[in-house]
Design a binder for this molecule. Structure first.
Ligand SMILES: [Fe+2]
Length: 242
């Protein structure tokens, strides 16, 4: 099974490196360019998300999709163009699931990290919740398994007010603007997996999160996010192993 991709796309890994331009350090090169060349080390990240190792097989399966996203990101409306690539990619959500792999723990598989674009597959354990947070860059989310419920929030009098809800099923894509604030829930008794694409270096950007009980804003806290992922995985393992 092949992922639906841009028919005019090539498979030149060399061209992908070229598109990244000069000025990027080795650490900022996308992980898939060469598995041995660069690694995205969890310890170098401030935000605490659990990283799931990306295998050579993963990289090969998703390489054309990443290249299509990189090309789209050079269009006059990058978010819209990338959204179209993502919509095409998850339109055959079974193929995307096969390419990315079955989610088995909460975490992120980071396929691309550059100053202009970040792409990862995020998996949420059953009934996992993520507190309201922002990204400070545009974001596109495409679901390939499970379901992701988004509450979109707006700032109001030093706090937040829920404005909109969107339930994303496999094949659905949501586009979040630069100032969007959302919280995420997996309401199902099974894993949810989605491709998340950001118009910048997600891991190098200081962001905010909001306490889910008080809705008070605080700087994104790596320890708290790390604990959230670990707790979700502990609960899942406990449920499975009794
Ligand atoms: Fe988010």
């Amino acid at each position: 099974m092949e992922l639906p991709t841009n028919p005019s796309g090539s498979r030149s890994r060399r061209r992908i490196i070229k598109t990244l331009g000069l000025g990027l350090t080795l650490a900022n090169l996308p992980a898939f360019v060469s598995a041995g060349m660069t690694e995205i080390d969890q310890d170098t990240l401030d935000h605490g998300e659990r990283l799931i190792p990306v295998t050579e097989k993963d990289l090969n399966a998703i390489e054309q999709f990443i290249e299509d996203c990189l090309a789209a990101n050079r269009e006059s409306d990058p978010q819209q163009a990338v959204q179209e690539v993502l919509a095409r990619g998850v339109s055959d959500h079974k193929a995307m699931l096969k390419a990315v792999g079955d989610p088995i723990e909460a975490g992120l598989k980071v396929f691309l990290r550059s100053k202009d674009l970040t792409i990862f597959a995020a998996s949420w354990t059953p009934q996992m919740n993520l507190m309201p947070h922002n990204h400070k860059m545009w974001a596109n989310i495409g679901i390939y398994t499970g379901r992701e419920d988004n509450i979109l929030w707006e700032r109001r009098k030093g706090s937040l007010e829920a404005k909109e809800a969107r339930c994303l099923f496999p094949g659905d894509v949501a586009a979040l603007h630069t100032n969007a604030i959302h919280s995420v829930t997996n309401p199902l008794p099974k894993f949810t997996g989605g491709i998340h694409i950001y118009g910048g270096d997600f891991f190098a950007t200081e962001r905010s999160q909001w306490d889910p009980e008080t809705l008070l804003e605080e700087p994104s806290n790596g320890d708290r996010i790390r604990e959230m992922f670990e707790k979700a995985n502990r609960q899942w393992h406990k449920l499975n192993n009794g």
